[in-house]
Design a protein. Structure first.
Length: 207
């Protein structure tokens, strides 16, 4: 896919020139894995891949500069984001993808914008990138929640996402972002109603 290679080249140049090579590697890993998940679950591979590639491009802004950058871009910030500005990066990444790289697909931009917290009314692409980012995390070592999250992924995307949220809420989460809380409620409701995404070959309308 030529567009895929073009995006990789543009993102590499954008991040490498700002000494963010490790972020580039993480972005590509998340995008590629999100596309694999999309294929496994019969969802849109291209949207998942592109959203994953761009999800952390705001790493060019150190945490202490993110409030100022977001305000300069006229991005609406929640009180929780001002208290814990690390989390602002998801909104800045969506802004940069749209205004610097001219990504215009609303579903892709949404997935970038909520990849850390998810949100109450989430799309399939939102869910794919959220899950992919947690499984292919950007820290050293193996995520402590990984084994259980992968087991839940065999049940559904929603089960995997909900497990991660429950895990971090029980393990010294830094801030309770309102989008995360709404996502948790929506996931619980959709799972209880059987409105879930299973891997292809498994039924989607029941547990």
């Amino acid at each position: 896919m030529q567009e895929k290679e073009n995006y990789k080249k543009e993102i590499y140049e954008f991040l490498a020139s700002r000494d963010c090579i490790s972020t580039y590697e993480h972005c590509i890993e998340v995008g590629d894995y999100a596309a694999i998940l999309a294929k496994d679950f019969g969802l849109n591979e291209e949207k998942a891949l592109v959203a994953g590639y761009f999800h952390d491009i705001s790493a060019i802004y150190p945490v202490e500069e993110r409030i100022h950058a977001a305000e300069g871009f006229k991005i609406n910030l929640l009180p929780e984001e001002k208290v814990f500005p690390l989390i602002i990066h998801q909104k800045i990444s969506a802004y940069l993808a749209n205004n610097y790289f001219f990504v215009s697909d609303d579903e892709i931009l949404s997935a970038i914008e909520c990849h850390t917290t998810l949100k109450g009314v989430y799309s399939e692409t939102d869910l794919l990138v959220f899950v992919a980012d947690k499984i292919k995390w950007d820290q050293r070592g193996i995520p402590p929640y990984l084994d259980e999250m992968l087991e839940r992924l065999e049940e559904s995307l929603e089960d995997a996402a909900l497990y991660y949220i429950q895990y971090i809420m029980n393990n010294d989460i830094k801030i309770l972002h309102p989008w995360l809380l709404k996502a948790k409620s929506s996931l619980e409701e959709n799972i209880s109603l059987g409105k879930i995404h299973r891997k292809r070959g498994r039924l989607n309308n029941g547990r």
